[in-house]
Design a protein around this ligand. Structure first.
Ligand code: 2P0
Length: 314
């Protein structure tokens, strides 16, 4: 039986998405901006089947988000039942954006398999319905997800200002509160949520301008601020969302020390305890050595900037 396969990489937000609009379509409340990673990869194979089946890393899964995504797609297109086999070469559900690469690979594979005829922008829109950060993994380089259409687009290719991302894994366990649930707690309960909404467009504009001008230091400052604002929302939500562990904080301090010594690096942290140190290529070995001292050699992954989602041999 014929099969179609696609691969996609996770992306790391520099200006974070945390909170949705109160209307259908899985629309972020604020504009957000990311870089697409290399090295970390989701590969997804789809084939026709008697009924829908999802296999994640070799295990049969029921995933309400995937089921909802397929149901929405079938309201618009004729998509026969599918066997979906998806593999990640990195920890799943642990703050490494596996849902971003997952939905980006899935829509890319289904678009080809079921001949939906979607262009990349429309695939991005569909990926967003699955998981908003996934809209960004359809593109390489520096990627924006902005109103009014909330389809991602590339702001600049990686070659404009190449960066490396040194990922320090501090805990491989799956998180107990999903991002979807967590951001809803923040929207409904954090006293700082309205300030987050007000500041989002300016933060996005500052980061876009820093990228445009290849101003790493300005990008470092606004990116760390966006990350810390998001974690402030998380910590002040009810129930509180506390994703850091002692090693996460030790890595943050180490990155700050490096930057104070003139090293071109900043940190960002998502809905999990892993720290991502974003740096200019010449700083990579020093950053990796510093983080290895804290979390151990095996727990550090150095990523370049990666390709857009695309088809691969099944
Ligand atoms: C981001 N995160 O911008 C932020 C930073 C996590 C922290 O996008 O509800 O899995 O599926 O749209 O995309 C994670 O949220 O959430 C995320 P849904 P998603 O990368």
């Amino acid at each position: 039986m014929s099969a179609t396969a696609a691969q996609a990489h996770p992306n790391i937000a520099l200006i974070k998405y945390w909170g949705k609009q109160d209307k259908p379509g899985n629309l972020p409340a604020t504009p957000n901006l990311s870089i697409t990673l290399a090295e970390l990869t989701t590969r997804t194979r789809v084939s026709s089947a008697g009924r829908d089946e999802l296999w994640l890393n070799g295990n049969r899964k029921e995933d309400p988000k995937v089921n909802g995504f397929l149901a929405a797609l079938r309201k618009k297109f004729a998509v026969e039942p599918l066997k979906i086999e998806s593999e990640n070469n990195f920890p799943t559900g642990a703050g490494l954006a596996s849902s971003a690469s997952g939905f980006a690979a899935l829509i890319t594979a289904i678009n080809e398999h079921a001949q939906l005829g979607l262009n990349r922008e429309l695939m991005s829109e569909w990926a967003r319905r699955g998981s908003a950060s996934a809209a960004r993994s359809l593109f390489s380089g520096y990627v924006a997800l902005v109103p009014p259409m909330w389809r991602a687009h590339q702001l600049a290719p990686a070659s404009h200002m190449p960066l490396n991302v040194v990922v320090a894994i501090t805990n491989r366990q799956t998180k107990s509160v999903s991002s979807t649930q967590g951001m809803e707690y923040s929207r409904l309960t954090s006293p700082y949520y309205s300030a987050w909404l007000r500041g989002g467009p300016d933060d996005f504009a500052a980061a876009s301008s820093a990228i445009n001008q290849r101003d790493f230091e300005a990008l470092a400052q606004i990116s760390e601020l966006s990350c810390l604002k998001m974690h402030s929302l998380m910590l002040t939500s009810n129930p509180t969302l506390s994703y850091w562990n002692p090693a996460t904080v030790a890595c943050m301090d180490a990155v700050r020390d490096l930057r104070n010594q003139g090293c071109a690096v900043f940190f960002t942290i998502d809905a999990g305890p892993q720290l991502k140190a974003v740096c200019l290529p010449e700083a990579t070995s020093q950053v990796a050595a510093t983080l290895k001292n804290i979390v151990g050699d095996e727990q550090v992954i150095v990523c370049g900037m990666g390709d857009a989602a695309g088809l691969i041999e099944p």
